[in-house]
Design a binder for this molecule. Structure first.
Ligand SMILES: [Ca+2]
Length: 296
């Protein structure tokens, strides 16, 4: 799987210069690399026998700082990606290793949650493909269900957290550096970015984890499906929190999505690229992933 641009680097952790990049990698991603999943104990309920999220794929993200937003000379930059500013996240948190799948969504619906919403799959299949046709309100209903189911404080990512884990310590617009190509992520591979190689446009989602993880251990942050985050829409980063928290002022009838999708061009997957839509709007490339503040 050819990566272009500068080589991947370990997560930016100014507190860890004395450690090798490999040890930082493992510390950041998982306690033990061969078994990255974190077991979650789920209380037995009357619905015994139904699918349940007894084993979540979550990745631990350590505190750190990064520059949020794009520099003014970034190709295809939008003005709403500025001003570029430093964000410091001083708490560890967990992020879903993958986008939430149809199987996971189905478990929620089967358990009486998720508003009973049974989204169409585009004819591509369900199972381990990312759930699509999900509005922000739908995503929040899943969060509500999984919190109740596990007793853990799952939530959506903030915009800042999303961008932090999308950059994964890398310089440039992507976790792959300054370019992204058809074999790095699921998007319109005929329209790569930078020096990324062209490839086929497959015109549908792919099962989560079909492409390499980034340096933080997360799959499909770029592409596959857009990912709703918590924040209300604002036309710029002026006044945005610098501590990783979601921005809950501004136009809260619109919420933010990040990351591009199976249908977008490469430039739309840039870590700084922002999209927004009304909270009830569903589309065939809208999905999400979950997060949780550790100790919260
Ligand atoms: Ca994605």
């Amino acid at each position: 799987m050819a990566l272009t641009g500068p080589p991947l680097v370990g997560p930016a952790r100014c507190d860890f210069e004395s450690m090798s990049s490999e040890s930082i990698h493992y510390l950041t991603l998982d306690a033990k690399p061969p078994k990255p999943e974190v077991k979650v104990v789920v209380k037995k309920r009357r619905d015994h026998g139904r699918p349940s999220p007894a084993r979540m794929n979550m990745v631990t993200i350590l505190p750190g700082s990064f520059m949020m937003g794009s520099p003014k000379d970034e190709v295809r930059r939008d003005s709403n990606e500025g001003p570029r500013h430093k964000v410091t996240i001083d708490y560890p948190f967990e992020v879903g290793k993958f986008e939430v799948t149809f199987s996971e969504w189905g478990a929620c619906v089967a358990d009486g949650g998720c508003r009973g919403h049974r989204p169409k799959d585009g004819g591509w299949g369900r199972g381990n493909r990312p759930v699509i046709n999900i509005s922000w309100q739908d995503a929040k209903s899943y969060i509500k269900w999984i919190r109740r189911k596990t007793g853990l404080n799952y939530r959506l990512l903030s915009e800042a957290e999303w961008e932090y884990v999308a950059r994964a310590g890398q310089k440039g617009p992507f976790s792959t550096g300054y370019s992204i190509g058809a074999y790095d992520a699921n998007f319109n591979g005929e329209k790569p970015y930078g020096d990324g190689p062209q490839g086929p446009y497959i015109r549908q989602t792919k099962p989560v984890g079909s492409y390499p993880a980034n340096a933080f251990g997360l799959h499909d942050i770029h592409g596959n499906v857009y990912e709703w985050v918590e924040d209300c829409w604002n036309d710029s980063h002026t006044g945005a929190p610098a501590n990783g928290k979601p921005r809950l002022t501004g136009n809260c009838k619109l919420r933010v999505m990040r990351g591009g999708s199976w249908v977008t061009h490469g430039y739309q997957m840039r870590a700084s690229k922002r999209l927004r839509y009304t909270t009830d709007y569903r589309y065939d490339d809208y999905g999400f992933r979950i997060a949780r503040t550790l100790g919260g």
